[in-house]
Design a protein around this ligand. Structure first.
Ligand code: CA2
Length: 157
């Protein structure tokens, strides 16, 4: 299984400012957590971060035929981007939306997520551990799927 993890604008600045909102871990620590979680689960991972909406759309399109699932924190684009929503719908891969903070407990302009309707789950307010939870959710769903289809094909004995 391969998971593509996408981070939007300013996530690369983690740990530099606003630790009371985003915690004190930096982006390198986030990458390390994602890689450790995937390695422990036997999952291949690709991590992508961009400050540009179109580059994020390109990364989502690039996952088509190349990844089995997406973990995405679109950051501020969560609240504005129909293009990212459409890209997630276009590729049709299971996607989990992650937010380090809980946008619902912040300013009103953060209460709307344009991408949520294209995601199978949203994890918010768990700090960077939310990425670990998202990966484990995907792995567990995959295991459930394998279990329910096992032995149902004519070629299975
Ligand atoms: O809580 C989240 O993960 C967010 O997606 C983070 C975004 C924010 O626009 C969303 O509403 C919620 C912001 C990305 C990080 O921005 C930083 C700001 C200052 C210092 C470090 C990072």
């Amino acid at each position: 299984m391969k998971i593509l993890v996408i981070n939007g604008p300013n996530i690369n600045m983690l740990g530099i400012r606003e630790p009371e909102i985003y915690g004190s871990e930096n982006y390198a620590a986030l990458e390390a957590l994602i890689r450790e979680t995937c390695a422990a689960e036997g999952v291949t991972v690709e991590i992508f971060q961009s400050n540009h909406e179109g580059a994020i759309v390109d990364a989502i399109q690039g996952a088509y035929g190349n990844a089995d699932a997406i973990v995405i924190n679109p950051a501020a684009y969560t609240h504005t981007s129909i293009a990212i929503l459409d890209a997630l719908k276009a590729v049709g891969l299971p996607a989990v939306e992650v937010h380090i903070s809980d946008p619902m407990r912040r300013e009103a302009f953060r209460h709307v997520s344009y991408v949520a309707s294209a995601c199978v789950k949203t994890i918010a307010g768990q700090g960077i551990d939310g990425y670990r939870q998202a990966i484990l959710y995907i792995v567990n769903e995959q295991k459930k799927c394998e279990k329910s289809t096992r032995g149902t094909r004519a070629t299975d004995f």
